[in-house]
Design a protein around this ligand. Structure first.
Ligand SMILES: Cc1cc2nc3c(=O)[nH]c(=O)nc-3n(C[C@H](O)[C@H](O)[C@H](O)COP(=O)(O)O)c2cc1C
Length: 199
């Protein structure tokens, strides 16, 4: 890593759509000089929560540490829409961040969300709002997607002004449309630019 400024792209993904979106968010961050990117995931949760996952995941991005969250310049958080809300593994991770809240460590840092859902009106916006709520408690500054991004107008699948989204359909199709990719990249670029502006 060339410098200490990085956007943390933090996600949970069971079937791969959110993991795919994370790559395009990271691609957008990489368009901004003076900003690096770290892609991290959270482990699944078990019915018996004391059972630990292996320290290193079998595949995909490394698991996120609290230190990596504490030291980021900005956060892009991605979750599948589960009953119109963020998935439990991501909420479980967030529920372990009380020490960061107590010390105000994330105050004034920009944050954004991205999501994937299998139905068009199955709660994409609602899920993004569920991610917004705890991050506002942390004092973070929510960064949406303005309509200057023409893909917000032309999309016939995912994409919202509250954050990037993907319509995965019932087959869990992880292939993003060109509009969805463009919006993920725009979101990554914008959060990186906002991080530099707020420093
Ligand atoms: C427990 C559960 C709840 C879900 N709830 C919704 C929902 O409310 N609305 C929806 O459109 N899709 C829902 N889905 C579908 C997922 O949001 C969708 O498959 C998503 O693309 C998965 O992302 P991933 O591929 O990154 O795991 C649900 C799936 C599961 C397993």
């Amino acid at each position: 890593m060339s410098n200490s400024n990085y956007v943390l792209v933090l996600f949970y993904s069971r079937h791969g759509s959110i993991a795919e979106m994370a790559k395009f968010i990271a691609r957008g961050v990489n368009k901004v000089t003076k900003m690096d990117v770290k892609i991290r995931q959270v482990p699944d949760v078990s019915d018996t929560t004391t059972i630990a996952s292996p320290a290193v995941p079998d595949e995909g991005a490394p698991y996120c540490t609290l230190e990596e969250l504490a030291n980021c310049s900005a956060l892009a958080m991605g979750s599948p829409s589960y009953f119109g809300s963020m998935a439990a593994p991501l909420k479980h991770f967030i529920d372990q961040t009380s020490t960061l809240w107590l010390t105000g460590r994330l105050i004034d840092k920009p944050a954004c969300g991205f999501t994937s859902a299998s139905t068009m009106h199955g709660g994409q916006e609602q899920c993004l709002h569920s991610m917004m709520t705890p991050l506002l408690h942390h004092g973070m500054v929510w960064v949406g997607l303005p309509y200057k991004n023409k893909a917000l107008i032309s999309t016939t699948s995912g994409g919202t002004p509250y954050g990037a989204s993907h319509l995965a359909n019932s087959t869990n199709d992880t292939t993003l449309t060109e509009d969805e990719k463009a919006l993920c990249e725009a979101q990554g670029q914008r959060i990186a630019e906002m991080a530099l502006k707020l420093q």
